[in-house]
Design a protein around this ligand. Structure first.
Ligand code: AHM
Ligand code: MG
Length: 336
């Protein structure tokens, strides 16, 4: 008879077991994560159905950064806001799609502040390329009822962060403060995220780089020199690096986490502050990469986790990836 694995660790079980490790835990964080989990499942469902139920294309509005909003951007945002509101545990939410922070003042006991990009990489949606949701969770400051200041903090203060990639299957990667990085795969038949990648560690090095090289004209000289060096076989033991760029941060980051190498979106002359947003793109990814044994820096070669955003949609350059590869990034940028 076929043996059935009955010791499956679902995300729900994982969260319950994590909660049990912390005697002071009230269960609020676990409930918040359940609401997050539901939003990922819903977004995954709509993305899978998008072409069939006429959800591709533009919604006819634009968001704060001036990007055209896709219909799914709007839906993903609405799903996320509803999930956070109904959790009763989220006091303040910052979304890429909303100009201002959303305050859920109706929930008096809510102690968490959440930042999210509901559907990152949405320019890829119509082509069926992987996109994802990125999130970071902070705890409210003592005495705070929840304001945007509860999120204008460095990544070092995040209590949890991660992302879900909607690809061939939905993959959820989550890490907690000073914790390991764990990966879950959505089993659509069971309707559950299953722990498939426990204690993820990024390889120390790997000859893969991921960057929008179309911007190289605008890069700083040291950034140009670094990427040029990766293609020069004399500097790389006879073998140039492979280039891999999807143009969807979550997908590029997930591959980099699994295979190693470097993902970068440097600040440049055209975008001196970079393109990717600190609160819901750079800081959560930096936390995942550091907790998996890698590194993440901004374009000034400062530790991404220590960067404090001045405003909720503040941007930054970013270099993240394998430990050794980021050391190489540093060495090139020091020699200016
Ligand atoms: P978005 O949040 O509007 O989708 O933009 C973020 C995306 C990232 O997923 C990706 O890394 C980057 O933008 C790609 O930008 P580019 O097309 O300039 O290479
Ligand atoms: Mg985004």
């Amino acid at each position: 008879m076929e043996r059935v694995n009955t010791e499956i660790v679902t995300l729900t079980r994982f969260l319950t077991e994590e909660q049990a490790k912390h005697k002071e835990a009230t269960g609020d964080f676990t409930l918040l994560c359940h609401a997050l989990q539901f939003s990922f499942k819903s977004i995954a469902y709509y993305i899978r159905r998008a072409t069939l139920i006429n959800l591709t294309g533009l919604a006819g509005s634009s968001n704060i950064t001036g990007d055209d909003q896709k219909k799914l951007d709007v839906i993903g945002n609405d799903i996320f806001i509803a999930a956070m509101r109904s959790s009763g545990k989220c006091a303040v939410l910052v979304s890429e799609e909303e100009e201002n922070a959303i305050l859920f003042s109706e929930h008096e006991g809510a102690r968490y502040a959440v930042a999210c990009d509901p559907i990152d990489g949405s320019s890829n949606l119509d082509a069926g390329v992987s996109v994802g949701t990125i999130f970071g969770i902070h705890k409210l400051a003592e005495g705070s009822k929840g304001t945007k200041e509860d999120l204008l903090k460095p990544g070092t203060e995040l209590i949890a962060a991660g992302f879900t990639m909607y690809g061939a299957s939905a993959q959820l990667v989550i890490t907690m403060k000073e914790g390991t990085v764990n990966g879950f795969t959505m089993d659509t038949s069971l309707g559950e995220f299953i722990l498939t990648h426990p204690d993820m560690r990024i390889p120390k090095k790997r000859a893969i780089y991921s960057v929008n090289e179309g911007n190289s004209h605008y890069w700083a000289d040291e950034t140009k020199a670094y990427f040029e060096s990766l293609k020069n076989p004399e500097l790389n033991g006879g073998k140039p690096y492979s280039a891999r760029y999807i143009g969807s941060m979550v997908a590029d980051a997930y591959r980099t986490l699994l295979y190693g190498g470097v993902f970068a979106y440097p600040a440049d002359k055209k975008s001196p502050k970079g393109k990717l947003r600190i609160l819901y793109e750079c800081a959560p990814m930096a936390m995942v990469f550091e907790n998996a044994g890698g590194q993440a820096l901004n374009s000034r070669m400062e530790r991404m986790m220590e960067v404090v955003p001045e405003s909720i949609h503040d941007k930054s350059g970013i270099f993240m990836g394998s430990y050794d590869e980021i050391e190489k990034v540093k060495s090139f940028h020091k020699s200016k």
